[in-house]
Design a protein around this ligand. Sequence first.
Ligand code: SF4
Ligand code: SF4
Length: 152
Amino acid sequence: MSRCFYEKGLRFECQRCLYCCSAEPGYVYLSRTDIINGANATALSPRDFISVYCRLVDFGAFSMVSLREKENYDCVFLTKDGCSIYSARPLQCRTYPFWRSVIESEESWKKESASCPGIGRGSLIDKAEIERRANAEKEPYMILKGNDIWKE
Ligand code: SF4
Ligand code: SF4
């Protein structure tokens, strides 16, 4: 069996440049747990949290819930001091850059480093932790066409 390129771990330490929270249009898809955590952090009901801070992304038969962006593509929760819901930030944010799509090859990992200066810096994250973060990825909350946006 071939050895994966991160067998001996990968270096990563966030440099707090905030590029991944801003700069380009993108999606932060939320799971049910992410929505509940966000609702608690903003003192809203899950339904109101979706209405105020999220947008629905249409996939035809269903929609997924993603955080809104400001006009300049900043995340709706980004402030000059960083993420305003940091301790309740979605799993997609917590696990970056150890996403399957990023660690699928050494090439994709190196390519991602062009937009994340934390890649290749700081302490070594071991293989088990890399895979724990990659596998933690996300069961997006899906809304079937015609259904209510939130089911308790
Ligand atoms: S792009 Fe990388 S270094 Fe910059 S804030 Fe995001 S995770 Fe941290
Ligand atoms: S929720 Fe916080 S960590 Fe995630 S993209 Fe928005 S500002 Fe960044």
